[in-house]
Design a protein around this ligand. Structure first.
Ligand code: C2E
Ligand code: CA
Ligand code: CA
Ligand code: CA
Length: 279
């Protein structure tokens, strides 16, 4: 309902109520989007730093808004988190990704694992172990085909319960990744105890490479420690060839970023995988 025009409610602070109304409106739209499943997943390849072969795909959600068009996570994940709708949205994401993996399998595509982002609230409010198990079973997918990306803050909140759940998922064969590594407060020993397989070093570190010597020093330290603790390292946000070169020289295991490939839709990413396999 619009309150503009000469007979509008002049006693309101229009800017404030405008923002409130817009937020409420977005909230209703998001709820409807979940019911109608207006979401689409894009996939970005992660490659082996030495061979450039695709090792995994990261699933990234987009909202196909009926009026505004394709919206990126920054425009709706925070609202979904605040309202708790992230739990339902997360269930939708896991199921959509599993359905896509099954569809790719039927089409005869190469069996590349897919990693799924799980936010802190989502992980702490929903039994992720059960959710993944149900979705994997429903679509007939082996657990080795999925990975889960968690940020350090997720583990800090309730280490004991988080640890139990993560161990149960790991025991199934689901690989565990730490997202945005270096921006939170976890210790490497905690990450090893929780049996993480891979550290995704935050893009802010990657972007420092080439600008000053500090970026290289930080990567060297992270890679040495992660390897000593039995974890692989991926650099995210690789945008330039020099960054890829430095990272390969530092024995960084895997790379992800616009320089390698942008996130693509389900059809596009399979083209990208085939192109790389043929190369
Ligand atoms: P993230 O998990 O750190 O994902 C990486 C983000 O960096 C993606 O943004 C990706 O498109 C972008 N990116 C990829 N390569 C480059 C690069 O070379 N340079 C730069 N500057 N950026 C690059 P996107 O898709 O907008 O997603 C933003 C965030 O939204 C994600 O950050 C993640 O935290 C969250 N998100 C995305 N999908 C989901 C989801 O399905 N569930 C949940 N809970 N969160 C999600
Ligand atoms: Ca991620
Ligand atoms: Ca990240
Ligand atoms: Ca390990």
């Amino acid at each position: 309902v619009k309150t503009s025009g000469k007979n509008g409610y002049q006693f309101f602070d229009p800017a404030f109520y405008g923002a409130m109304r817009q937020r409420k409106q977005r909230e209703r739209e998001l709820q409807a989007a979940i019911v109608e499943n207006q979401f689409v997943m894009h996939y970005q390849v992660r490659v082996d730093a030495a061979t450039q072969r695709v090792v995994s795909l990261e699933a990234l959600v987009r909202w196909n808004h009926p009026v505004a068009g394709l919206l990126y996570p920054d425009e709706f994940i925070p609202l979904a988190e605040e309202t708790g709708m992230i739990v339902q949205l997360g269930e939708l994401v896991v199921d959509t990704v599993c359905a896509q993996i099954a569809a790719w399998g039927r089409e005869g595509c190469a069996p590349v694992p897919v990693s799924i982002n799980v936010s802190s609230r989502q992980f702490n409010e929903r039994d992720m172990h059960a959710l993944f198990l149900q979705s994997l079973e429903r679509h007939g997918i082996p657990p080795e085909r999925v990975e889960i990306e968690l940020t350090e803050s997720t583990m800090i909140r309730d280490p004991e319960r988080t640890s139990e759940r993560l161990q149960a998922m790991h025991a199934l064969g689901i690989r565990l990744l730490v997202d945005d590594f270096g921006t939170g407060y976890s210790s490497l020993s905690m990450l090893q105890q929780l049996d993480f397989d891979l550290l995704k070093v935050d893009k802010s570190f990657t972007h420092r490479l080439g600008h000053d010597g500090q970026g290289e020093i930080l990567f060297t330290a992270i890679i040495t420690m992660a390897h000593a603790l039995g974890m692989k390292v991926v650099a995210e946000g690789v945008e330039r060839p020099e960054q890829a070169d430095v990272l390969a020289r530092l024995q960084c295991d895997e790379l992800q970023g616009y320089y390698i490939a942008s996130p693509l839709d389900a059809v596009g990413v399979q083209g990208e995988i085939r192109r790389r396999q043929a190369a």
